[in-house]
Ligand binder design. Sequence first.
Ligand code: B12
Ligand code: SF4
Length: 474
Amino acid sequence: MKILLISPSVDPESKTPKGLMIPQLSLHILEGLTPPAHEVKILEEEMDDISLEEECDLVGISCMTANAPRAYALSAEFRKRGKTVVLGGVHPTLLFNEAIQHCDAVVVGEAENVWEQLLEDFQRGALKRRYHHPATSLDRYIHLKYRKNSKKRLFDVIPIMTTRGCPYHCVFCCVSHLYGNNIRHVPIENVVRDLAESQNRNYLFLDDNLTGDPQYAKALFRAIKPFKIKWAGQASISIAYDPEMMRLAADSGCAALFFGVESVSERQLRTMEKSIKNIMDLEEAIKRVKERGIHFHASLVFGFDTDTKDIFQETLDFLMRNKIGTASFNILTPYPGTRIYNQFKREGRLLTTNWKYYDHSTVVFQPKNMTPYELQTGTIQVKKEFSGFTSILRRLPGNLSHPLLYLLMNRGIRKNVAADIRRLPHLMSEVFGIKPCESGFASTSGDTGLKARENLQRPQTLEQYQRLEKGTES
Ligand code: B12
Ligand code: SF4
C-alpha cells in the first residue's frame, strides 16, 4: 500500500528555502512506525509542491491550528479523488468534532500506539472514525529516516524530542491538553542511538522544556557529550541558577537556548507560572547564560490584559539593555483548548475564528488596553526596531560567541517584518474590520507602511469593530 504523509503550509503560495527547513518529526515518526511492506512518501508543503493526483491509497495530514484550513482543503480535494484521508496533530486532537467533518478518521493525540492498528483496519476495510491511546509509552525505539535538505552542514538540522507532557498550565498554551501533565521520557539509550544512526552535526531538541526534569536532562547531556554535536533547544530560564546544568549543557554542545520569557512586565510575570518573577533575577539569568557562550533567544508575547501601549518601548529597552541575541515577538493567540480561548470566548472578545489567522502573528481578539490595530502595529514596530542595522550593531558586543547565528537570525526577523507589513492591509479589512481610505496604502508603499495608520479610520471599541464587521459602518 502507498501512504502519502503531508504537512500543509498556512499559505501554499509562500515557500521556505529548503536549507532552512527542519524536518517534521511527526511525519517521520509515522514513517518509522509503518511496517516495511508499505511505501511512504513525505511532503512538506513549505518546501515541496503537492500534487493532488499523487498515486496513493491513504493520505495522512498533520496540522496545527493555523494550517488546519489548508489541511481541510487538501483533504477535501483528495477525498473528491477517491482517497481516504486521516488527520492528526495538535488541532485535530483539540477539536476532534470539527476535524472529523473533514476526513475519514482522526488520530487524537499521539500516534505511537495506534498507527499500525489504523493501517490494518484500513486494509480490512474497517477504518474507525477515531483513534486514541490515553497513555502512550515512549520506550520503543523508532528508526527515523531523514532526507538531506541541504548540502551545507551548517543548515542541516535534525529534530529530536526527548520528553512529552508538561506539569504547568500556562493560560495561552495547549501542551498539557495534548500530552498530559506528567513529563514522559524517551529512554536516553534511544536518544544516543538516534545520534549514532543519524550521524549529523546539528540537532534541534523540540522539547517544550528540555530541562523540565533536571535529573533526566543532566544524564542526557552527559550521554550526548561524546558525539561532539551542536544543538539548540527550549529551556526554563531557571537553569541559569543551576551551575552544574549550565556546565553540562555547554559541554554537550549547546549553541543556543530558547527561553519563554513571555513578558518583561513584572506585573505580568507575577501572574504567570514562572520560576523567575522579577526583572533583576531575569537579567542576572541572561548574563549567566551568555557567560557560558550560549546564544540567548527570548520568546516574547504581546497582548496580555496587563499590557498597555508602553509595553512595546519597555520591551525594546529591556532587549537592548541586556543585548539579547535574538527574539520572537508573538502576539497572544487564544488557541482552542486553552484557558485564554475560553475566557475570550466567554467575554465576546474573539474577532475571528478563521483558524488561518491563529498564527501568533495576528491579533485575533480584542485587547484590553489598546485596539487590535495598535497591538498589531506595535508588535511590528518592535520587530522592526529590534532587527534594524543600528540595533544589531549595538547588541553585537554581547553576542560574539555565535556571530553567524546572530546575524542570520536577525536577518530572518528583518525579512519577517517586511512580510508582516505586506499583509497589514489585508488583516485590517479581513480581521479588524478597518477599511483603508482610498489614498491609504498606495501612498505609503515606499515607507514601512506603518504611517498608513494616519490615513485609516480606526475604530476604538469592540462594538465599533463588530459594527464594522457587519458592514453597518465604513
Ligand atoms: C517544534 C515546533 C515548531 C517548529 C516546527 C519545526 C518542524 N519542522 O518540526 C517551528 C519553530 C517551525 C514551529 C512553528 C510554529 N509553531 Co510550533 N511547535 C513546535 C513544538 C515545540 C514541537 C512540535 C513537534 O514536532 N512535536 C513532536 C511531534 C512528534 O509531536 P506532534 O507533532 O504532536 O505529533 C504526534 C501526534 O500529534 C500525532 N500526529 C501528528 N501529526 C499527525 C498526522 C497524522 C496523519 C497522524 C495519524 C498522527 C499525527 O503523532 C505524532 C507522534 O505521536 C510544539 C509544542 C509541542 N509540544 O507540540 C509547538 C506547537 C505545535 N507550535 C505552535 C505554534 C503556535 C507554532 C507557530 C504558529 C508559531 C509561530 N508563529 O512561529 C508556528 C506555525 C508554523 C506553521 N507552519 O504552521 C503551537 C500550536 C498551537 C496550535 N493550537 O496550533 C505549539 C503546540 C506550541 C504551544 N505551546 O502552543 N513550531
Ligand atoms: S508554555 Fe511551556 S511551561 Fe507553560 S504549559 Fe506550555 S509547555 Fe508548559
